[in-house]
Write a protein that binds this ligand. Structure first.
Ligand code: ACO
Length: 373
């Protein structure tokens, strides 16, 4: 494999027990469980238990871990300071959440890990409320993580279907092989810096539009398209202008991303209780079909299919998250994967330190060049 392009495509940089991404078959396995099996039924706390198994000296049973995660939300909330709203409300939410996460104390133990898992949910809700000029709400330790995140955001208890839909989202994105943010977290963890440092690296990598920053622009595109009849012309023009269609394409998947179907299913279930705008859903389906047809035509042989971000955008919109917060909600799910990978890397006990090949000028050439000037 030629890696001159800097992508590390095809390079194996870790052996992991955490997840397997089969890009040819469109299959995601998380610690021995098919995504389909866990995405509809599991709560986020259950997947945290699954991912953390074997990476800490003691891990409480699932019910005790739920309570511990509730306490960790409170601890994360207590680290907020009186002026945070004024200072952070004008920042892009993911930068505000990253700034708050950077305050969490480093360490390698379970309490540190749970605070890190809890924090993005608490801080995303707080930041989004500050942007509306209303105060952050304290966590309710008795609720599930997903239900509490929605309550802290909206100030009212979610319906069971809304809470289940957010669980599906958080579980679906909890881990995904050696994606860019997980790799970043593992590199930092390998230096012995601590879990908080590894997670902040993960948040920073996730922020980019080629990774976790895509779903907001998916909605921007749907808004610009406006009607199903306009989808093909708009998308064709975008590709002709050299734009990437957000929510399509993936480094690993050569077929449809299985997470897209898990999220589309959750949207369907949410729609049954009337929480999804039917016209919006129909527009999205029309845009998806048009985009796939155009990509097959214009980029033959590239296997560009729908990725997780397309239906993420619709699901999070239906749950009342503002589009500027989508990357933060992604972080609230992926953080358990970052922590588990960081612990797995630390247990390997060696620093990640690959090599580079120098292709710059030799000293003599530089000297001659300098004399010529
Ligand atoms: N729309 C249009 N063209 C695309 C798209 C797209 N979404 N994705 C890739 N292509 C084209 C590229 O322009 C390139 O074409 P060319 O060879 O004619 O120049 C070709 O397909 C290959 O592109 P690469 O950049 O080599 O593909 P790579 O594997 O590096 O990219 C990526 C994967 C970054 C996800 C890309 O598909 C993309 O930018 N998609 C849009 C952003 C997005 O949806 N990101 C979320 C990904 S999922 C996640 O991270 C959670």
């Amino acid at each position: 494999m030629n890696n001159d392009d800097g992508s590390l495509e095809g390079v194996v940089a870790a052996h992991t027990v955490l997840s397997e991404v089969d890009g040819e078959a469109g299959r995601l396995v998380i610690r021995g469980h098919e995504l389909d099996e866990i995405a509809q039924r599991w709560r986020y706390e259950d997947v945290v238990s699954l991912l953390f198994e074997g990476f800490f000296d003691t891990l409480p049973a699932a019910s005790a871990l739920r309570r511990a995660l509730g306490r960790a939300r409170r601890e994360a909330f207590e680290l907020l300071q009186p002026n945070d709203d004024a200072q952070l409300r004008r920042m892009p939410p993911i930068e505000a959440v990253r700034a708050l996460m950077a305050r969490l104390p480093d360490g390698d133990d379970l309490p540190t890990a749970l605070r890190l898992v809890a924090a993005p949910a608490v801080y995303t809700a707080a930041v989004m409320r500050w942007r509306l000029g209303v105060p952050a709400l304290a966590p309710d330790e008795a609720l599930t993580h997903a239900a509490d995140m929605l309550r802290m955001l909206h100030g009212r208890s979610p319906t069971p279907a809304q809470s289940a839909a957010l669980d599906t989202y958080l579980v679906t994105v909890c881990d995904h092989g050696l994606n860019a943010s997980t790799f970043a977290a593992r590199v930092v963890a390998s230096t012995g810096a601590g879990l908080a440092s590894a997670v902040v690296a993960g948040v920073s990598a996730l922020k980019g539009p080629l990774h976790g920053g895509a779903p907001g622009p998916v909605l921007d595109a749907l808004d610009a398209i406006g009607t199903a009849a306009n989808a093909r012309a708009w998308l064709e023009q975008a590709v002709a202008d050299g734009q990437r269609l957000m929510g399509f394409g993936h480094r690993i998947y050569r077929v449809r991303d299985p997470r897209a179907d898990a999220l589309k299913g959750a949207l369907g279930r949410l729609g049954e209780e009337g929480s999804v705008n039917a016209a919006r859903f129909a527009l999205a389906e029309a845009a998806e079909q048009a985009a796939l047809a155009i990509l097959r035509e214009k980029k033959p042989g590239r296997a560009l299919e729908t990725n997780v971000e397309f239906y993420t955008a619709l699901l999070l919109e239906a749950l009342g998250f503002g589009r500027e917060s989508f990357t933060c909600v992604f972080a609230a799910g992926r953080v358990s994967g970052w922590v588990a990978h960081a612990r797995e890397q630390v247990k390997k006990g060696r620093l990640i330190r690959p090599q580079s090949v120098y292709v710059g000028p030799a000293p003599e050439e530089s000297g001659e060049a300098a004399l010529a000037h």
